[in-house]
Design a protein around this ligand. Sequence first.
Ligand SMILES: NC(=O)c1ccc[n+]([C@@H]2O[C@H](COP(=O)([O-])OP(=O)(O)OC[C@H]3O[C@@H](n4cnc5c(N)ncnc54)[C@H](OP(=O)(O)O)[C@@H]3O)[C@@H](O)[C@H]2O)c1
Length: 213
Amino acid sequence: MKAVIIGATGLIGTELIKDLLSDERYNKVVALTRKPLSAHPKLENHIVKFDVLEEYVEISKGDHFYCALGTTIKQAKSKEYFYTVDYTYVYEFAKLAKLHLAERFLLVSSQGANQKANIFYPKVKGEIEEAIRSLGLVSTSVFRPSLLLGDRKEFRSGEEIGKKIARFFSPIIPLKYKPIHAEVVARAMINAAFKQVDKHKIYESNEIQMLGK
Ligand SMILES: NC(=O)c1ccc[n+]([C@@H]2O[C@H](COP(=O)([O-])OP(=O)(O)OC[C@H]3O[C@@H](n4cnc5c(N)ncnc54)[C@H](OP(=O)(O)O)[C@@H]3O)[C@@H](O)[C@H]2O)c1
């Protein structure tokens, strides 16, 4: 099997790439990135321009497409660019999966994704989920993790506050709303890639926790 991934340098993506490379069911992992990854015999790393993803049809052949790409409004500096990254780039990647008749497209979305939301972030996440569902891919898996835990190099104040609040209320927070480790999300994605029976499935954070144990 061949996996194709975008977002491989991020918090979830780093865990995903590690697991994909050590998983014997995959003989090749194709990562499309902006920065080079460490070399590995199974890894084919292409430095690409994400605004012309449609030009990379030949190098993006694969069976399972993993998308862990995303930005923040702070990094993107505008709602327009946030939309370009979290919607357009993701959609273009899904179109490559469709072209190759990939067996599975796996998307990291977010808890609360809702195309009818009044708040920009969950609305964009809901819109991309819906766009991908309507694209007519062979099969899709959408993951809606809650606040991510893991070794992030960059400091994000919102995440740190969220983690402190979650730690304080931990005993009474339902599993669905508990922060979740990036490595658990990565494991759940790979498990879903091989186990999922449904053509289209959304995994809420509590389901990701169970699947990624
Ligand atoms: N943070 C949370 O608590 C949380 C909770 C639920 C869901 N999510 C969602 O989960 C997904 C993954 O989150 P994460 O925290 O693992 O992400 P992350 O660490 O911020 O990594 C994001 C990935 O997207 C790439 N990326 C960002 N902007 C890009 C651009 N303009 N062009 C090309 N690539 C770009 C990054 O590449 P570079 O290394 O080249 O920048 C990196 O590989 C995101 O969609 C996020 O919205 C996050």
